[in-house]
Write a protein that binds this ligand. Structure first.
Ligand SMILES: Nc1ncnc2c1ncn2[C@@H]1O[C@H](COP(=O)(O)OP(=O)(O)O)[C@@H](O)[C@H]1O
Ligand SMILES: [Mg+2]
Length: 485
């Protein structure tokens, strides 16, 4: 079945060179290891696991032990590449591949008379299968559900974000070529390529995780891969309450805001939890409402039945065929939406979203990258100015102030915790200025001995101007409770 394998002797191994204490010259990357030596005379057994009483899998290894494991793995991998055609292997289903690889690796180990504990052999086979089938060393990270982001800075450094904190892992790639191969495999799934001529690419993994690749020569120390992992179960408002991102009463206020079909802008920095918050707010959309979502890559998970999901498209290799967010939002308006949800407002689509909000699509929402509610407003203004609409600043501000009702600010604080720091209402205009009033704020009061910030969420005591609307939707009582009035 595999041309290379059936043709030759069992396994073309290179026994004499294999040793767990390889010197660089006879490492598997050196060309001479590639020379097949058919009739191998069994070399003296090489003890790989003198002190393997811990039976450690590769993940718990340190220093020398891991180096030895990696060297052995590399040499076995090199022999495997010699013996079989990996692209052919990649066409089989994963169970078959595993079976094939288990067989072949067993043969290679026997040929080379290596001594491996069964745990090590298993770990090795899993690693090799991951290389052939999946994303190699990243697989164990992708399986973990507690990781928010995976950041690969070249072959040697892989960072992860867990619980709001960034940490270095002991995961390594064999070399930059392996890393680049994996990048290539990821982006080829969405019909793209990364190479020197187009070194930047966005893609998505099968599980929905978002991926950005920037390769050499732009990225100087090897390809850089950033994965925002897709959470299968998005956090709900109750989870945010449990994490202390907002108080129960603050959550109640958000539920009123969502249920009264106010137009909401979720503002925050990168990774502050905007998308999560937006998703949580969509829980207040009623079952029958026709909702259209526009995203760069579909992340939102709406529970309602009547949802149309749209996604932008990057240009193809020739630079043609791009569908921008603005194209989607404009098209959306012809689809009889009741609510429009824009994953991330970052360009001229801001204008179209405002138009939509101002023309009866109440309850529309979007996220925007800004550090506070005031900045969110000026960001929208800038996006419209940059879009070349040639409108007087005052007109734009009037549009903004009548379109957007509430800004919810998310922030990732320096202790790694994520908080909702403001629920702010857009009240109207005073002269040339859009007036805002905070309804609910988070104030940092200090820090405990572990460096965790101590703070307090509380209502400001101001009466929202959407009071009558809350009454109209039967949520006046909730509003009174939420604001402690
Ligand atoms: N309040 C929160 N508490 C803990 N983790 C959160 C919270 N909000 C979001 N997260 C997590 O933080 C990561 C980034 O959130 P996301 O909503 O994608 O950020 P953004 O859209 O602002 O870039 C996700 O893994 C998400 O699950
Ligand atoms: Mg986001």
């Amino acid at each position: 079945m595999f041309g290379k394998r059936t043709g030759g002797p069992e396994v073309k191994a290179t026994p004499p060179q294999v040793s767990t204490t390889e010197t660089p010259e006879n490492s598997p990357n050196a060309p001479e290891t590639a020379k097949p030596v058919a009739e191998a005379t069994p070399p003296a057994p090489v003890e790989l696991v003198e002190d393997a009483d811990t039976g450690s899998a590769h993940n718990d290894m340190f220093g020398d032990e891991r180096n030895r494991y990696n060297e052995t793995k590399q040499s076995i991998f090199a022999s495997l590449v010699e013996a079989v055609d990996l692209t052919e292997l990649g066409k089989l289903d994963s169970a078959q591949v595993r079976e094939e690889i288990t067989d072949i690796v067993g043969e290679i180990i026997a040929m080379k008379a290596m001594v491996l504990s069964s745990t090590e052999q298993q770990a090795l086979i899993t690693d090799i299968c991951n290389d052939v089938l999946g994303l190699g060393p990243l697989e164990p990270l992708l399986e973990r559900d507690d990781i928010a982001d995976i950041m690969v800075n070249g072959a040697e450094k892989v960072y992860i974000e867990v619980d709001g904190r960034i940490e270095l892992t002991d995961i390594r790639f064999r070399d930059n070529a392996q890393l680049m191969n994996i990048c290539q495999r990821i982006v080829s799934a969405v019909g793209r390529r990364v190479d020197e001529s187009s070194p930047i690419c966005d893609a998505r993994l099968l599980d929905g995780s978002r991926v950005n690749v920037i390769g050499p020569p732009l990225s100087i120390d090897g390809a850089t891969l950033t994965i925002r992992k897709f959470k299968k179960d998005k956090l709900r408002l109750q989870n945010l309450v449990d994490f202390g991102s907002i108080t129960p009463l603050g959550a109640k206020l958000l539920s009123v805001v969502g249920a009264c079909r106010l137009n909401i802008l979720v503002s925050g920095g990168t990774g502050s939890g905007k998308t999560t918050l937006l998703n949580a707010l969509t829980a207040f959309i009623e079952e029958g409402e026709r909702t259209i979502t526009c995203e760069d890559s579909a992340e939102l998970q709406l529970q309602q039945p009547h949802v149309v999901r749209l996604e932008t498209r990057p240009p193809n290799l020739e630079g043609a065929g791009e569908i921008t967010m603005r194209d989607l939002v404009r098209n959306c308006l012809r689809m009889r939406p009741e609510r429009i949800i824009v994953g991330e407002v970052r360009g001229p689509e801001a204008f179209d979203l405002l138009q939509a909000m101002n023309t009866g699509h109440d309850g529309s929402m979007g996220t925007i990258h800004a550090n506070n509610p005031r900045e969110a407003i000026s960001r929208v203004e800038n996006m419209i100015a940059m879009g070349g609409f040639n409108l007087p600043a005052k007109t734009v501000r009037e549009q903004i102030s009548s379109a957007i009702h509430v800004i919810v600010q998310a922030a990732r604080l320096r202790d790694g915790s994520r908080k909702i720091t403001h629920v702010t209402e857009v009240v109207g205009m005073e002269g040339d200025v859009v007036t805002l009033q905070d309804l609910y704020t988070y104030e940092i009061l200090g820090e405990d001995e572990n460096g965790k910030l101590i703070g307090e969420h509380k209502p400001t005591g101001l009466r929202p101007s959407f009071w009558d609307r809350a009454k109209y939707f039967g949520r006046e009582q909730d509003l009174i409770e939420a604001l402690g009035m």
